[in-house]
Design a binder for this molecule. Structure first.
Ligand code: CP
Ligand code: NVA
Length: 315
């Protein structure tokens, strides 16, 4: 058995708050581990805390199963039970949980909560990684699975083209950064006011390549090898739902957008999906769609990530 040995960098234990917390080689190692079978039981006898300020189906189940697969014991807490910053400060929650668990994963309303938790652990010298299970800024755990499904269908990603249609939200941001790390050329089609921030475009540029930003889904989809969309209203934005439905009219990933893509293009969606809004029923259920395969790969992606954070090297 290989014992849990938290991976460290120059600034201490490695956290996973965004996909570019990994460099190219490290991302490759995580994806390689995700594809391996019979990994060491690196979490044997260890707990993993999973906190959810928003609901979750895929992330919670995939992560709980991944923890078990590595021999560990997941403990999930949801909603008011979590009380981050309400019942007690996030920094206190992190330092308490680090006394019981090898890893703390959290889905948070505010990305800053993850940063506070990681800083509190670093400050206390507690070598426990914090893992982003979705924040308002990013969803890097999702994007690991996205890369797995993209590779399975497209092979080497460098030079391939992915077009994201819709809100440049948490998922889109992580995807753009992942594109910059892997050489996947990402184009984002969003209505005015809902596109990527300049800061994120620059960050991607510094990592490898800036995305192309457009406001016409058909133009953006032309020749793409993969199309991706996500909800127009993310968790925490429910009050903006009516305004967003108006703003995103014309941005549905439907048959006409798919027809503009390259022959054989695949369609991704992180799910949950709103049929008739960001994606049409026929595209979601059609032959180009790989969304349920993508969802299934969330488990392997979490296994790879947790094993890597615990010091396992690919074979
Ligand atoms: N894609 C995703 O993260 O799904 P959940 O919100 O159900 O976890
Ligand atoms: N952008 C969506 C992703 C859900 C998995 C949200 O944040 O609600």
């Amino acid at each position: 058995m290989t014992a849990w040995a938290p991976r460290r960098g120059p600034r201490g234990v490695r956290h996973f708050l965004e996909i570019d917390d990994l460099d190219r080689e490290e991302l490759e190692a995580v994806l390689t581990l995700a594809a391996e079978s019979a990994l060491p039981q690196v979490l044997e006898g260890r707990g993993v805390a999973l906190l959810f300020e928003h609901p979750s189906l895929r992330t919670r189940h995939a992560t709980e199963v991944a923890v078990s697969e590595l021999g560990g014991h997941p403990v999930s807490a949801v909603g008011a039970e979590v009380g981050l910053g309400v019942r007690e400060p996030a920094a206190d929650v992190a330092r308490v949980l680090a006394g019981y668990h090898a890893v703390i994963g959290a889905r948070v309303r505010r990305h800053g909560t993850l940063v506070e938790m990681a800083a509190a652990l670093d400050g206390a010298g507690q070598p426990v990684p914090v893992v982003n299970l979705l924040s308002d800024a990013g969803h890097p755990a999702q994007v690991l699975a996205d890369l797995l499904v993209l590779r399975r269908h497209l092979g080497e990603l460098a030079g391939r083209r992915l077009t994201y249609v819709g809100d440049a939200n948490n998922v889109c941001r992580s995807l753009v950064l992942a594109g910059a790390l892997t050489g996947l050329q990402v184009t984002v089609a969003a209505p005015a006011g809902f596109g990527l921030s300049e800061e994120l475009v620059e960050r991607a540029g510094q990592l490898g390549a800036a995305p192309v930003c457009l406001d016409d889904p058909h133009e953006a989809a032309a020749g793409a090898d993969a199309l991706y969309t996500d909800v127009w209203t993310s968790m925490g934005q429910e009050a903006e739902n009516a305004r967003r439905r108006q703003a995103f009219a014309g941005f549905t990933l439907d048959g006409s957008v798919l027809a503009a893509a390259a022959p054989g293009a695949i369609v991704l969606h992180c799910l949950p999906a709103h049929r008739g809004e960001e994606i049409s029923e026929d595209v979601l259920e059609g032959t180009a769609s790989v969304v349920f395969e993508q969802a299934a790969l969330r488990r392997a992606a979490m296994v790879g990530l947790l094993a890597w954070l615990g010091g396992v090297e690919p074979r």
